[in-house]
Design a protein around this ligand. Structure first.
Ligand SMILES: Cc1cc2nc3c(=O)[nH]c(=O)nc-3n(C[C@H](O)[C@H](O)[C@H](O)COP(=O)(O)OP(=O)(O)OC[C@H]3O[C@@H](n4cnc5c(N)ncnc54)[C@H](O)[C@@H]3O)c2cc1C
Length: 293
């Protein structure tokens, strides 16, 4: 059979898109690998009505609600390739199955490239974060360290004093000119230029001069890129953003390939569960309109 829509990536954005289409009684195939971006965190914050819930519980409830619609098909698998054109896409999974769809939606999320500092990756989502709106409140106004990666780190360091006394660890990779230094000092930010050796404890930063700084939590600006390259291989245009790379879309969330849409972190900035859900809802409605035009 040919599905009306094949949604690749069944997390917040992809499920929000699917929901609109299922409610229009369209046949929707969702194919999802199950590697949500926030899987490293035990709580999700800032999504209205679900503040503080486990990220996995939010998607579990959403999937249960989607499965109540008879026109849904769900496959737990990875999409290896997408080919074809509007009204005639073929989606191939790693298991070797081929599925046909009139439209495709990429809700495939992004992957975070983290600074290569010993001890950082295992603290990601637990004691090291990127989004103060998501995880700043829980630090209870304790000391915050910002680990520099590039120009976005300056933005983080200027913002974070809202959540607690902030130290900017430039780590030898973020040169600060006189004006930026003055801006940071005006915000009450302590600037630490000594390079970092490793992280230890919960959120202790060990420096190359032998000193250790204890923090309630750490932030760092990761660099993101689409988690999957299937959209790019289909021919979808990719663009650079201040956070990394994403799939380009127009106002209706259609990519540069007619009939192929994208939503959520992989196709917008900035990023959050709420924004991914909103983006996915709009993509779902746009795809539906494209099916009847
Ligand atoms: C550590 C951390 C903590 C966070 N905490 C919060 C928070 O508290 N509050 C908040 O609002 N936001 C938070 N975020 C941001 C939030 O995780 C993202 O904004 C959100 O997950 C984006 O949803 P999405 O549906 O676009 O992508 P994702 O949730 O990343 O989902 C993408 C899905 O696509 C699937 N996929 C990818 N490629 C393929 C393929 N080829 N085939 C099949 N499936 C595929 C993946 O397996 C995954 O299931 C956090 C992020 C991080 C990194």
């Amino acid at each position: 059979m040919t599905h009306d829509v094949i949604v690749i990536g069944g997390s917040y954005a992809g499920m929000a898109a699917a929901l609109q289409l299922l409610r229009a009684r369209r046949s929707v195939l969702v194919i999802d690998f199950g590697t949500r971006r926030n899987r490293f965190a035990s709580q999700s914050h800032g999504f209205l009505g679900m503040d503080g819930m486990a990220p996995g519980d939010i998607v579990r409830i959403a999937r249960e609600q989607l499965e109540a619609y008879k026109t849904l098909t769900w496959i737990d698998d990875t999409v290896a390739d997408v080919s074809g054109e509007t009204d005639a896409f073929t989606v191939t999974t790693c298991a070797g199955e081929c599925h046909d769809g009139r439209r495709v939606i990429f809700g495939t999320g992004v992957t975070d490239a983290l600074p290569e500092i010993e001890g950082l990756a295992e603290r990601w989502g637990k004691h090291v974060f990127h989004c103060p709106y998501c995880h700043g409140y829980e630090l209870n106004e304790g000391r915050i360290g910002v680990i520099g990666t590039g120009p976005n780190s300056v933005h983080q360091a200027l913002l974070l004093p809202e959540w607690g006394p902030t130290t900017f660890l430039t780590n030898g990779v973020v040169p600060l000119d006189h004006d930026v230094r003055a801006d940071l000092l005006r915000r009450g930010v302590t600037i630490e230029d000594t390079p970092i050796t490793r992280l230890s404890g919960d959120a202790t930063v060990e420096l190359t001069d032998g000193t250790s700084l204890d923090f309630a939590g750490l932030f760092t600006a990761s660099v993101v890129a689409p988690s999957s390259d299937v959209a790019e291989r289909l021919g979808c245009q990719i663009e650079d953003t201040m956070l990394g790379r994403m799939i380009s879309t127009d106002a209706s969330k259609e990519t540069s390939v007619p009939g192929a849409f994208a939503c959520g972190d992989t196709a917008r900035v900035p990023h959050s569960v709420a924004l991914a859900v909103g983006d996915g809802s709009w993509a779902g409605a746009s795809v539906h309109r494209s099916l009847i035009s």
